[in-house]
Design a protein. Structure first.
Length: 302
């Protein structure tokens, strides 16, 4: 059976013949001629490699193979119609989106959107996984993900290849988190980092971007930072700072726990930039296009 070359229009003709019972009725329904219907069925039989109809008096009837193929046609045509609706920009978006991102972006950008989707577009479902940018981008590359929420810093820009496209979301200034009672915080040294040249430093355990920022600013201040602790959780970074075990970068727009003081950084000022990243050519898929459009709307309060 040469089913790889079966023509959808011919399958539709066979299915209609199975329901209407005569080529004349099919021709009338399809606004064509009986001869054209006959030619369509004959061509489909050649593709299938077996007769699909047989004479029955002055009419025809489907052979057992023809009936089985008509049954398959129901499923095939229904699946094609579902795919067409799924991809139709004018249709109601429907489908499951696989999204991965870092925790802050999930809470700040994705969670409000998921709530809106549940209320306004219940046919769109979102599966959420927490991953650092490198991990999420690897999943995008392997086509195991539809959208990645990533970040980089203005002082450590992350290059993207042509296989993906990126949509900017929001940005946040970062500061240096130090123990609240540390006298070094009020030293007159012009560079904030310079006051902590002898301190131990805390950086991310699952990504290199903030360490790159630390090393860049420290280099500008004339020293090589001693990185001794690595933590993925910003809450754990604060715990380490409060315990006096080191200093590290923290977002300046989020509250800190008692015992942590944030020192603003200038010239240069580290800025985290968040992005929504998808595979090139996928932005037209209605559920993904909808999610990207909702993510582009600023969240109230940010």
């Amino acid at each position: 059976m040469n089913n790889a070359g079966m023509d959808v229009r011919r399958l539709e003709t066979l299915l209609m013949l199975s329901r209407l019972g005569s080529m004349r009725a099919v021709a009338a329904e399809m606004y064509t001629t009986t001869s054209t219907v006959s030619q369509q069925i004959a061509a489909l039989a050649r593709e299938a490699g077996t007769p699909l109809i047989e004479p029955e008096g002055r009419r025809v009837r489907l052979t057992p193979a023809g009936r089985r193929l008509a049954e398959h046609a129901v499923t095939i045509l229904a699946a094609l119609e579902a795919a067409r609706l799924d991809l139709d920009p004018s249709a109601e978006p429907a489908g499951t989106l696989r999204v991965a991102g870092f925790g802050t972006a999930i809470r700040r950008s994705l969670m409000p959107v998921v709530a809106r989707l549940a209320a306004d577009h219940p046919l769109v479902r979102v599966r959420i996984h927490e991953h650092e940018p490198a991990e999420a981008l690897a999943l995008i590359a392997s086509d195991d993900l539809d959208l990645a929420l990533t970040y980089d810093f203005n002082l450590a820009p992350a290059p993207l290849d042509r296989s993906v496209v990126s949509q900017p979301l929001w940005s946040a200034v970062w500061a240096l988190g130090v123990p609240a009672g540390d006298p070094a915080a009020d030293q007159p040294a012009p560079e904030v980092f310079g006051r902590y040249r002898d301190a131990e430093w805390i950086v991310n355990s699952r990504g290199a971007s903030d360490e790159q920022v630390v090393r860049t600013i420290a280099s500008m201040a004339g020293f090589d930072p001693l990185v001794t602790h690595r933590a993925d959780s910003l809450a754990l970074v604060q715990d380490l700072v409060v315990a006096g075990l080191g200093v590290g970068l923290l977002p300046a727009d989020q509250p800190t726990r008692p015992g942590v003081r944030l020192l603003p950084l200038r010239d240069p000022e580290p800025i985290l930039r968040s992005h929504a990243v998808v595979r090139a050519g996928r932005t037209g898929w209605p559920p993904l296009a909808l999610l990207l459009s909702l993510l582009a709307v600023p969240v109230a309060g940010h």
